[in-house]
Design a protein around this ligand. Structure first.
Ligand code: PT1
Length: 275
């Protein structure tokens, strides 16, 4: 798949490093300092083997409050500008806001990662115009309330049907099929049982024919399984990443790049040995 000039073979599993530029992600204020800290963190993740750096200015974890368009632009754009051209990786913009998508791609972003699957007004048109691949993610509800009472008829088929409908909407808007990735949205309006069903049956989403992106790093589903606090979830995150890689995920979105790259290499080595 081509990401704004960078070509990656998605038959192999890649690691995406998380670069948060939400204010709570940094203890210190100061915009200049934030840009420096973000650039250094991104360079570290690329040196550790990340193929993608995902830049997001809206927290979408459970309970998070909405942000304004201007706030998101102010957070994301200076960082993307600082990274573009200076990184041996694809810059991904984690946004649902059409204005942010357009500006980020203009500044050099090579992937639009939208947890709302282009459902905001204007997002389909902007994504089609942008000419970079798009990741369509499933979420039930909105971040502030999505964990209150998630319900599905059958989570894997419900998520699959939602994603197919969003693929159809994106293609009708002019996004080519070769530029689409899908994500079941672990932790986005799902109980532990829902998340585990999606992980166990990830191969069922693969039959849709699009590369899969998944993110489970440090999430509360792993806290529920292990009883560990968020900063103590690396082993569980590596297990989840390994399972996803075995089940055919193309991109794994994580905080701990170095460790996850090693885990993915073990899976790739096993698969290469079967050729
Ligand atoms: C994700 C993802 C994302 N996750 C994609 N983008 C987040 N494509 C942000 C918790 O339960 O999985 N895929 N962008 C982070 N969101 C969450 C959700 C963080 C749930 C934490 C939790 O702890």
């Amino acid at each position: 798949m081509n990401f704004a000039g960078r070509n990656l073979d998605l038959n192999r599993c890649h690691v995406m490093g998380v670069l948060n530029v939400t204010p709570d992600s940094f203890s210190d204020g100061g915009r200049f300092n934030q840009r420096d800290v973000a650039l250094a963190h991104a360079e570290r993740m690329v040196a550790d083997g990340a193929s993608f750096i995902d830049v997001g200015g809206e927290s979408t974890r459970p309970g998070a409050a909405p942000v304004s368009v201007q706030q998101e632009l102010d957070r994301v754009c200076p960082v993307i500008e600082a990274l573009a051209g200076n990184l041996e990786a694809v810059i991904s913009v984690d946004t649902s806001t059409p204005e942010v998508m357009a500006e980020a791609v203009r500044l050099g972003a090579g992937l639009i990662n939208d947890v709302r699957a282009l459902q905001r007004p204007g997002a389909l048109a902007v994504a089609a115009q942008a000419g970079v691949p798009v990741c369509l993610m499933h979420m039930q509800g909105q971040p502030d309330t999505m964990q209150e009472a998630p319900q599905y008829r059958q989570v894997v088929t419900d998520v699959s049907h939602f994603l197919m409908a969003r693929v159809q909407a994106a293609r009708e808007a002019g996004v080519p099929a070769e530029g689409l990735l899908l994500d079941p949205g672990f932790g986005f309006g799902k109980t532990l049982a829902h998340n585990l069903a999606l992980l166990r049956e990830l191969d069922q989403l693969r039959v849709l024919g699009y590369p899969l992106l998944v993110g489970m790093s440090r999430k509360s589903m792993l806290g529920q399984i292990t009883g560990r606090e968020v900063d103590d979830r690396l082993p569980a995150s590596l297990a989840a990443a390994t399972i996803a890689a075995i089940k055919g995920a193309a991109i794994i979105r994580v905080h701990d790049v170095r460790e996850t790259v090693d885990a993915v290499r073990v899976v790739a080595a096993m698969e290469d040995a079967g050729l």
